[in-house]
Design a protein around this ligand. Sequence first.
Ligand code: ADP
Length: 478
Amino acid sequence: MDNRLKVLFAASECVPFAKSGGLGDVIGSLPKAFPKDEVDARVILPKYESIPWKYVKDFEYVTNFWVKIGYESRYVGIFRYVMDGVTFYFIDNEYYFKRNGLYGFYDDAERYVYFCRAVMEAIPYIDFYPDVIHCNDWQTALIPFFLKEQYAWHYTNTKSVFTIHNIKYQGHYGFDDVKTILNLDYFPAQMEFYDDVNFMKGAMYTADLVTTVSPSYAEEIKDPYYGEGLDGVARDVSWKEIGILNGIDEASYNPQTDEALFIPYAAGDIQKKRENKRKLQEYLGLPQRSEVPMIAFISRLVDQKGIDLIMGVIHDILKMDIQFVVLGTGDSQYENSLRDIANQYPDKMRTIIDFNEPLSRKIYAAADMFLVPSKFEPCGLTQMISMRYGTIPIVRETGGLKDSVQYYNKTTGDGNGFSFQTYNAHDMLFTLQKAVGMYYDEPEQWNHLMHNAFNTHYDWRLAADIYEYWYKKITGRL
Ligand code: ADP
């Protein structure tokens, strides 16, 4: 008999199939990090149009059925694909998912109500009755609610975990707009939010365990500054809420085997790392100077990421003898201003408006410093990835940035980066100046710091152990 814990991850993103940010990385890495003889972790996600053909061509059709969304019957196709020992299920409905992009459509509420409903109904068809459904962010937040309110008789032994990757995106809608598609004839008290409904709030109340992606963020969201209106709920459910720091896929983000790099290099090989910088300078048309410090910023270009701090002191930053490389997409105001500034400093700055994974890897490898000045950061992966490539993170002390970057102490030689506390452009500038100063004036210290960064590991196995412990706890196996 198979006694393994059965866990079904439900998510709207998963590397290598679909990714817009860190959520995709997490769902691509965590399920395969569990010991296979202890946890049978599978993943269910939408079959988006953008999933690369090299995977889709090998998808195996499982079955189809129909679900009720409001007054309509909607088709649900199920496909299956196994990779790295993990089984992935894809929910197929071309009306909802054959689109250009993952999100940002007028009917996103309906698309993810449909997805959650399809997941609930798919379980008997895939013959995988999970002990735990692990849900992620607002797109899957209805699953814990459905499980408690509408499917308690069907799945009596299934518990739910809800992970908050970002509390800013909640799924907040007028009740009248969604009550029909939710198949509800009463107002769901668990989701009530200023007379509207809030999917994330519903999940926080109905899930058996609520997690956030770093211990610091678990505390921060209880505060109105970070809670985005749900701080009261976070305080209310704090008895079942914990923070577990994400990891990164160290096999994928490995400078020695990363095929996207100009020149692969072993951890600690500073000379070869510099050659990557020169190649990137050539590629971007920047002056080829291997001695100049290169600062990188790779991010979604949205409020959260601290772009207003960068814009506030950009001319001071560019007064230093540095190069600055920006890769990102997002709000057009940020895209335009970052592009404009780069045009003013053709010898010092490049802005690439694109979502480009191979280029991001070239930049992680080439840069000397990596800037993450976020207003808030639930976990943040870019600082972890950059350290893996020996690139020094310069971060604001918030959320997972605070939990993963320690200020370098020149006396003891401990620490892996630089940080500043207050959300203030001049504090950030001052910290950048200190880093650039150390780079130029104290090369031995800088080399030591690089080795510390190379030796920092945020492997998923650590996080997987903690998740497994909690799965066992909520399912009564401990
Ligand atoms: P968030 O989830 O808030 O976007 P994270 O730091 O958790 O932030 O994760 C961001 C992930 O997305 C990282 O893997 C980063 O390399 C990647 N990323 C962000 N912007 C781009 C881009 N323009 N091109 C390629 N990768 C990007």
